[in-house]
Design a protein around this ligand. Structure first.
Ligand code: SF4
Length: 389
């Protein structure tokens, strides 16, 4: 393979199929700050080598179970207080109704999202759960997942730091689960930093969840929030922390890279949005640090330029819903699937729908769930085109 214009031994090492060290990655970042094109080119080569010309997405319905959250992250607009209108717990009947509607629209994924253990802080949540016969939000999620599964959807739960036994229970109905690492830096939990009031975002706690999922054989989606006051080196450390877990358990199916966008009602409302070039460098670095990984950026957070990320290393657009809003980023609606498809094609890529579990992680999934997926899966373990289109 031809050597790149950039005189970087480390970058050429990647293209020769060798692993790079953290120091190599730091060096590549430093050199690329002024001349990123060689880094982008290397990321694209590795992306195409590992994922050909395919780009995937998951056709989903977003089940927003409860916005109450025990923690407070300075950038979050999802969390609500009991006096706000978005307080109430999504009832079982609403879960059933949305599941039926989602199935009618040929959605595949049921994404279940909650705040972090709301019942530990709010009597409203605790009482609601108790009166409905549940001890915890996690226990309720098991039932919600059963409902969605019985209606023909495939659950994926992201409910913060679940315990090992909670994850074990959810594994029976969930084909994969997710928890964002956000960043591995302890510094971001210090005073005046975004995770200071969010103990669940302590990197040790998050890494433990990913490790537990590894022990349980659960395909995990994780990711980083880019542009919240971290240094580029802390991001590189975070990518290596995810890589370490994946090397140990082989269960990290995907890394989401999310660019920070300030929300008007949050403590970080005046913090600048993540610069696009910096974000692209982080995407490209992730690709060269873990070349085979599935790397996702949400298209709604870069509405005018998302297709350009295909040339710096991504191979997935994440969950896109034709029905429900992005409750985590409510001001950014998802583009229509046909628009994503057209833009992907214009950039030279073929859009395919995947399950909430990526094809190469099917061997982690319970046989009963695999059996259910077989009704709509194609020969590549993706969703049949005639089903989702
Ligand atoms: S980002 Fe998650 S943990 Fe942090 S406040 Fe929002 S809902 Fe809670």
């Amino acid at each position: 393979m031809s050597r790149l214009v950039l005189n970087s031994e480390s970058l050429n090492k990647v293209l020769e199929g060798k692993e790079i060290s953290k120091n190599d990655a730091y060096q590549i970042y430093k050199i690329s700050t002024d001349y990123p094109s060689a880094l982008f080119q290397a990321a694209q080569i590795l992306r195409n080598k590992n994922h050909s010309n395919l780009v995937t997405f998951s056709k989903k319905a977003f089940f927003n179970i409860v916005n109450l959250c025990r923690d407070t992250c300075s950038y979050c607009t999802y969390k609500a207080e009991p006096n706000e209108s978005k307080l109430s717990m999504m009832a079982k009947s609403e879960v059933l109704q949305l599941s039926k509607l989602a199935k009618k629209h040929h959605c595949v994924e049921a994404l279940f999202v909650t705040g972090e253990r709301p019942e530990q802080k709010y009597s409203e949540a605790k009482n609601w759960l108790k009166s409905n016969g549940y001890q915890s939000t996690a226990e309720y999620l098991v039932h919600c997942s059963e409902i969605a599964l019985s209606e023909g959807l495939f659950p994926h739960t992201n409910a913060g730091n679940l315990t090992k036994s909670e994850m074990k229970n959810l594994k029976k109905t969930n084909v994969s689960m997710g928890v964002m690492l956000e960043n591995v830096s302890q510094r971001l939990s210090e005073k005046n930093m975004p995770h200071n009031l969010a103990p669940s975002k302590n990197p040790k706690a998050r890494l433990q969840v990913l490790e537990n999922a590894g022990i349980l054989g659960i395909p995990m989606t994780t990711g980083l929030l880019v542009g919240i006051g971290e240094t580029p080196f802390e991001i590189i450390d975070s990518i290596f922390a995810i890589k370490k877990i994946h090397n140990k358990f082989g269960n990290i199916q995907e890394i989401i890279l999310q660019n920070f966008q300030p929300k008007p009602d949050t403590a970080m409302k005046d913090f600048p949005s993540t610069q696009e070039n910096y974000f692209k460098m982080i995407v490209a670095l992730t690709r060269i640090i873990i070349p085979q990984m599935n790397i996702q950026i949400p298209p709604n957070l870069s509405p005018n330029s998302y297709q350009s990320f295909l040339s710096v290393g991504i191979n997935d657009w994440g969950g896109v819903s034709p029905l429900t809003p992005d409750y985590v980023n409510p001001e950014f609606s998802w583009p229509e699937i046909t628009k994503i498809e057209n833009n992907s094609e214009k950039a030279g890529f073929k859009l395919k729908a995947r399950f909430p579990v990526y094809p190469e992680f099917f061997n982690f999934v319970n046989p009963e769930l695999k059996e259910k997926m077989s009704a709509i899966k194609d020969d590549d373990n993706l969703v049949m085109e005639r089903y989702w289109k």
